[in-house]
Design a protein around this ligand. Sequence first.
Ligand code: PFF
Length: 453
Amino acid sequence: MATKTGEGFSSSFGAIMAAAGSAVGLGNIWRFPYICGKYGGGAFLLVYVFFVLFIGMVLLMSEFVIGRRTGEDPMKAYPKIKPERPAWKFVGLAGLFTCFLILAVYLVISGWTLNYFWESLTGTLAGIADSDFGTHFNQFASSAIRPSIFIAVFLLLTAIVIVGGVEKGIERVSKLLMPILVVLLAVMCVRSLTLEGASAGLSYLFKPDFSKLTGEGVLAALGQALFSLSVGMGVMIVYGSYLPKDDNILKTSLWITVCDFAIAILAGIAVFPAVFACGQEPTGGPGLVYQVLPVVFNSMGGVGRIFSTTFFLLLSLAALTSAISLLEALTQWLSGDKLGRTGSAVIMSLIVIFLAIAASFSFGDGILSGVTVAGMPLFDFLDKLTGTLLPPICALLTIFFFGWVMKKDDIIDELSNHGVIKIGYFKVFYYFLVRFLAPAALLIVLISGIIGQ
Ligand code: PFF
């Protein structure tokens, strides 16, 4: 292995599971189905698939190439490729900073999810009246102690995996959790589809309605494609540095992309037919997961508790493998000769938990809700920064570096495993994407996004 610690994934399969674990997360389950329905179902899907394949997957391959070629963390990788322009390290740093902020927001939501898993398991949720789920969520999320405890537990689980190492921690856990996640999701899909009135949910999700596909919807599609594939922030540079040298980057990236997309679609099938069958309004985010779905589960009678527990377990596992990748990126960056993996993971966890708990305190009527950053509570500010602004900026800089600064021959050399894999005309097409199409599309979306603020 070329990495500074000598660690790496043991096989292609392990690498695919770990990176798909990073990609499949809260974004697939609580965001994708809703925006897909909102912006025109099948019409949105067409645009989304285009962005996923021609921008998201292209970035994924690019980050893998940068990571595997250098074997370094994002901050060292750029200057290693272009030593005469050391300032490129700031792109790596900006990505890591974005990871840090995303992790803080992610921890808050994961803490909520773990709490709901616990409340489903112990029967608390089953005892709440349908009309009270809104109040229940707001009271819980605005309180100080309980969310903080669940944030800490979730972070502890994440850190334990990181301390276990790349192969024995991240790879092993991902190989175990990803198949479990698919099975749980399949169970949820069967239940959802067999409810009476489920077809309305399917048409909400898939029936193409081009009149709903607005400019805003196109922006949402690109933002979601980047966030969902975990690209732009350097996480995939980190995982790229752990890729086996003989791994076929094109194939691995395609598998990850297909897994991520398939799970987003399955999540939609697991959720919306049930929401419609139960006469509820489609929505996304916290409203969907913590207010609408508990009503849906309660309407299923006795088995509802089982499905509720299954669903929150599924969401917690998906969040865990994504949080692992974020903490790993930060840990790899901090660790060096003096500070090993364990020390770096502990220090990073201690720093990020401060921000996560402050963000949690600022939510709803929390004790810090009166303190504002740029006119909004800290949680909303972080959510906005990490949801819409920072990922496309980092992605644009990464793809610009790749297409315009890094040498074409080096890229092709790495993609083809030094000429072992024949990539033929694909390289022409790929180079066109990284040089022109992907940066242009990102630039347009970013500018229109900023103007539209
Ligand atoms: N891809 C994850 C999701 O869809 O929830 C979120 C994520 C993980 C974004 C890791 C960025 C990242 F670096």
